[in-house]
Design a protein around this ligand. Sequence first.
Ligand code: ATP
Length: 470
Amino acid sequence: VKRVGLLITGNEVLFGKTRDTNGPHMAAALRKVGCEVRRSLVCGDDVEEILRALDYLFENCDVVLMTGGLGPTSDDLTAEIIARRFRLPLAFNDEAWAACVDAFARMGRSAVPETNRKQANLPVGCRLLPNPNGTAVGFSVSGELGDGQVSGQKTVYCLPGVPFEMEPMFAASVLPNLTPSGAVTFQRTWQVFGLGESAMQERVGELERTLQNDLPGIVVSYQAHAGYVTYGCFFSAPHSAAAVAAETLVDGAYAQGVEKAFGRHIVGRSELSLAASTISAFTEAGVTLAVAESCTGGALSKELTAIPRSSLCYLGGITTYANSWKEQFLGVSAETLQNRGAVSEATAAEMASGLLLRVNADVVLSITGVAGPGGGSDRTPVGTVCFGLAVRSARVDVQGLVSRLEGFKWGAPQEAPEAVGVCVSEGVTLLTTTVRFGSRLRRDVIQMRACVQALGTLAMVAESLSMEQR
Ligand code: ATP
């Protein structure tokens, strides 16, 4: 198994202007194919720092993957640094230059700026890594390091910093070379909604200990998002027979234990995000979806439309911020707004049912709340968010869904006696709930958590759709 180190370069990454996505992208992919990622470092555009980082990485890694610093400007130092460390001369590389000229031609430009010639000055003997989306080719070098401190054959791959250039190059020219032959990896994933990490840990701690005893090397992980946790395990086996044995163990008592421990909190069993699993299940079931938002300002709609092919089931979202818009576009009654308030379960219910009837959707989710910092009252403090769910019963069997939602305080009579199971018209079931996220949270956090709460609910609807399909 190759031991790999990652070296992310660029002042803008070091100083926080750009968030590093290259490191996580490569680390996740390498791990999936069974590589051992040992270390990951971020360095500014500084020759000495990068040289020291390289040495540190090569101390216990066979391969280092570098991103950034391949461009034509004075802060692009990678080729020079690699030449120095591997004691190779730099020379003008005709093939790299041809690729650069070609890239300019693809952009419709025949003249290549003189400054770009720098990008073709590469260590002698390097292997080029084509870049279909940019002008800078990547390169790799293998050999003994020149300084005598770290011995043995080492390899470095140098890729551009721009993610949309780097990612396809990494997939095409790097990952296949590093994938251990014969190794088989697998993972199991559960999306868990409405249970905190520590509550989860309490429920499955014993199971995990047993699993790790039986299967040393298995990695259990908790990835917390705002409102849900991606839980799972990952295993890399040296050959397929070992993988099969390990899978049998994982899918047996362990998986059953996890299912029992998290129960109705499980809203997905794949790596798909809540939005993606919702879109996929709705599309498969032929059920249409629309949303009515207020305090989230369209964030829920944005999450749903970020999923490719969401148009197959998602009709759209309407953001009604002013009361007048809630009346005009969703048919919320002036009386409800006046007597119960814009942030109330009654309003959420009318928003959802109003939109459902207007656009003839099968499922509508509504959100109305106080995101703060102002606008709170004793009755509805900042952080109060009401949700409505209108479901056309002919398309969705709501029985299982309703009992599942009850467990999440949806439509619990003591909380929302006026709205539980109200039939607004034949065949439409309407449910509401109120969540208090806390008045001291920041506005954007309240908005994000409201959005995730809505996505979790939709994922539950999606779960009951797919159960029906099964
Ligand atoms: P270029 O030819 O564009 O100069 P390069 O290989 O020199 O490519 P950099 O100059 O280091 O790359 O980075 C170019 C841009 O790519 C950065 O301004 C930044 O927006 C983005 N970028 C660089 N590194 C990363 C990273 N680790 N994660 C996310 N984005 C990055």
